[in-house]
Design a protein around this ligand. Structure first.
Ligand code: FAD
Length: 371
């Protein structure tokens, strides 16, 4: 398998090229940088022997882009420059134009984005355009070339292949964490610059005071897109549907209330929803609950669902299968309610209650004050 090298003109804004510096590719919404991108910024500050400056790339159009640029400029003291690419081409998270934009922003030693659907879509394409191999799903940074990441099913078999110059080959074939993400590997990146990383946002929490830790704001400059080669894109934006706007987003919520198969029906699952509403929490579900049709699959937490790390994770009628734990074990405080004292969820729970959820949840609903 060979990657196709694609030639593009050099990035026109040559002033942004700095050896040894880091670029964070950021998503924004409603004029603010999204939490996963703030985690990517936190990861950028973990790179030990980088230049002390970090640049942030924001793109899109309209007033919210400029608000997001101002937010980016003020959200961390390490940020020296915010690059604004203003064009309708970047209004929607389509991988092709974004990957070309990242490619044009060459000259950095590291380019980082969150390993969410945006980053997973854009960064491997950008890496292919830059003819480097991305290091994906990074959970730890040892030094500027050494990263901890989940061990993938094909990591071993391709370790001698190494044509893409990552010691342990990753992600161009099938990406499958093994042992439900319990096995980690340390990889050394030996390829050319830039080193492209996607990071697990749950492993790089955003410091509470990051928003106001900055006294001198970063500079904001426009990216010159006059030579941007639009080319022939293979995808087209049609529409976006988002979940119930009243509830916090599952991936970023401070509190997650999860229900399992024990809820028995979609109607009973409303107990979980009522409790979540009372606590201002997001709703999660096990795969068994999703497969049984109690809730849609975008609420699934786990190996094949969302990865969450809220301050409080409450699991009701959840056995604690390894595949479920893979999605929530980084939560700060885990509370489990299960009628089986031997349920594996109690091994990871900070607080466990052996009891019937159909008694416990109504009691909680009665006693908890309104949010
Ligand atoms: P169960 O295992 O049936 O557990 C129900 C629990 O509820 C039991 O512990 C029981 O004691 C308790 N209970 C029953 N009645 C009550 C009551 N009245 N009050 C209190 N407690 C009660 N699962 C995920 O969740 N997320 C994933 O991403 C995921 N990915 C997977 C990927 C693969 C490749 C595979 C093979 C499996 C995956 N699974 C995943 C499935 C996983 O293995 C488990 O089957 C699933 O998590 C079990 O869901 P559960 O805990 O709701 O159900």
């Amino acid at each position: 398998i060979r990657k196709r090298a694609v030639s593009f003109p050099a990035f026109p804004g040559a002033s942004i090229h700095r050896h040894g510096s880091t670029l964070v590719v950021a998503e924004h919404e409603g004029g603010v940088i999204k939490p996963p991108s703030l985690s990517a910024l936190a990861a950028a500050t973990c790179l030990p022997d980088r230049d002390s400056s970090v640049s942030v790339l924001v793109a899109g159009s309209g007033p919210s882009l400029h608000q997001a640029a101002s937010h980016a400029a003020s959200c961390h003291s390490s940020i020296s420059n915010v690059l604004v690419a203003e064009s309708d081409k970047f209004k929607n998270p389509l991988a092709e134009p974004w990957a070309k934009l990242v490619h044009l922003s060459g000259g950095y030693s590291h380019i980082i984005a969150a390993a969410n659907s945006f980053g997973k879509n854009v960064m491997p394409r950008a890496a292919a355009l830059l003819d480097v191999s991305p290091v994906t799903d990074v959970t730890g940074i040892s030094d500027s070339n050494t990263f901890v990441r989940f061990l993938n099913k094909y990591s071993y078999s391709f370790s001698i292949c190494s044509f893409a110059k990552v010691d342990i080959y990753n992600d161009y074939l099938i990406f499958k964490p093994i042992y439900a993400g319990n096995a980690l590997c340390t990889v050394r990146y030996t390829g050319a610059n830039p080193c492209i990383l996607t990071i697990r946002s749950t492993s790089f929490p955003v410091p509470q005071n990051s928003a106001d830790s900055k006294s001198n704001e970063a500079s904001i400059s426009q990216v010159d897109l006059s030579t941007f080669d639009e080319g022939l894109d293979k995808s087209r934006y049609i529409s976006q549907t988002s979940q119930d706007g009243e509830r916090p987003d599952l991936g970023n919520a401070r509190i997650v209330i999860t229900g399992g198969r024990a809820l028995k029906s979609a109607e009973n699952f409303k107990l979980i929803e009522d409790l979540a509403k009372k606590l201002g929490a997001a709703v999660g579900a096990t795969r068994a609950a999703v497969d049984a049709g109690f809730v849609p699959n975008d609420l699934q937490v786990g190996q094949t669902g969302k990865i969450v790390a809220p301050e409080l994770y409450m699991a009701f009628g959840v056995s604690g299968a390894i595949q479920h734990l893979a999605g929530m074990r980084d939560s700060k405080v885990i509370v489990a309610v299960n009628n089986d004292a031997d349920a594996p969820i109690f091994q990871v729970a900070d607080y466990g209650l052996v009891g019937d959820l159909f008694e416990v949840i109504p009691e909680l609903l009665e006693k908890l004050p309104e949010k």
